[in-house]
Design a binder for this molecule. Sequence first.
Ligand code: SRM
Ligand code: SF4
Length: 573
Amino acid sequence: MANKVLKAPEGSPSDVERIKEDSNYLRGTLKETMAERLSSGISEDDNRLMKFHGSYLQDDRDVRNERQKQKLEPAYQFMLRVRLPGGVATPNQWLVMDDLAQKYGNGTMKLTTRQTFQLHGILKWNMKSTIQEIHGSLLDTIAACGDVNRNVMCNPNPYQSEVHAEVYEWAKVLSDDLLPRTRAYHELWLDEEKVAGTPDVEEEVEPMYGPLYLPRKFKIGVAVPPSNDIDVFSQDLGYIAIVEDGNLVGFNVAIGGGMGMTHGDKETYPQLAKVIGFCKPEQVYEVAEKIITIQRDYGNRSVRKNARFKYTVDRLGLENVKEELENRLGYKLEDAKPFSFDHNGDRYGWEKGIKGKWHFTLFVEGGRVTDYDDYKLMTGLREIAKIHTGDIRLTANQNLIIADVSSQKKKQINELIERYGLTDGKHHSALRRSSIACVSLPTCGLAMAEAERYLPVLMTKIEKIVDENGLRDKEITIRMTGCPNGCARHALGEIGFIGKGPGKYNMYLGAAHDGSRLSKMHRENIGEEEILKELGEIIPRYAKEREENEHFGDFVVRAGIINATTDGTNFHA
Ligand code: SRM
Ligand code: SF4
């Protein structure tokens, strides 16, 4: 299979490669570890494998020091992520997730930036029941994390319903057909018997992935212009739906995007995927499969921080990767077709789609579904799910759409929306409605600063500046992450903050409003006072000096406040 010209980097395989190799197709010693009652944690090796099953061991960082002082084991708990292609759930699935959050989780649900549910706070002994109940609702958590293809994103588009339905089907095909084939998940969590005599090590177990799976996680997203809500250029593999005369004719193919980086390491950087051609709808699966096998064969298995497909593409060269893809496909991609995006945010409130059906996009700040003292969001959504007959779509901006509502049902649902004060966000500033924050503290083990818990507080202060300058209704995307991994796609926020240490952030400016240009660092390691000072100078300039319809990200570049990042490779320049 190896190509004469293309080469994988040399170097001894990372420890994770050894763990995968020894795992007997993702089994490891998970069965024994999860049954063991002495510790609420699991070993590092098993935790690596847990990811492929959709879960991470975490500990509550709010109490970490205190427990350490008391010589107690960390407050171990598991995060569990569901695989939900395109973010589409039935009302019953919503109710099951809500119930599990109360029964086994921390009483909240996190709607993620990749359109799915995460539960936090699950104890080891409740993991199996939780996964079984998720399975009972016809969902699963397979490959929601790990070195495989992840949850496939898809524009949840409430206003072009026919095309949405078609595009969503392709996203589902990709998500389902690119799953690992090992039966480990079924054996471990669903009590499936191992078929006697099945050889443990057999090439056919994973025809596409092989026993080592991929060098790193792999992400696919499908966008439907003019909305780039799924940030198609941030994906390892992005498909851009091409719709002509209302019909889906195929997809432009974009490869090599990703957001993560490491502070102070210029060998790591966010990158945007580049369009390499066009394929027909029935070709999307094989194009994805062949691209994944290129990453399988040539990705970096030695240094994990340089292992994502974006680095493989940049190292091998876009044209070489395209040629390799076409060799593997046995045909050439067609030329890319014209498309244009105009935003990457959500459109809130009621929208009418086809067949007289209605769709309500609800603003969920930070994607956290919970009951606050003065805002019973979780209860309200539960009551809606009990009577709703359409579906519930999670968006890439951590919001949700109560979709496919008939005119008759609309009145009933609207009554509940009003009774619980569920908000389309329109009483907030457009800035707040355009915000995303990653989970960060207290559950994320990699967080360096607050994000989800802090952005709303900071937002209230930035809103004052925005209001004073008459920009309340101006959409400016603003994103905050607790570390440079970029889970809120910070490098595509017109204003971005990356956690550097407690209360300190690097501030980024200049990404394009439609997700087609990365930002660049404006200030390093600053706290709230300096953030507000900076924005207190830039926002008034934007109010006065902007051209008609000029977006904030474009303005700061034109005004010379920041240099444009023209490629991920000059993100740090
Ligand atoms: Fe992420 C790791 C949360 C979307 C890039 N991400 C993590 C972990 C699992 C931390 C860990 O490894 O220990 C976080 C768990 C926190 C917690 O307590 O729940 C975490 N990522 C999230 C979520 C929940 C953020 C959110 O608030 O919504 C998102 C779940 C997505 C999903 O449903 O699958 C989430 N993560 C993303 C995205 C955005 C996207 O995919 O569109 C990115 C940037 C895109 C990309 O992958 O390049 C992202 N997460 C990372 C990275 C850096 C990966 C890299 O190779 O650069 C890590 C760290 C890692 O993999 O080593 C990471
Ligand atoms: Fe955790 Fe960093 Fe991702 Fe935020 S960006 S959830 S802090 S890994």
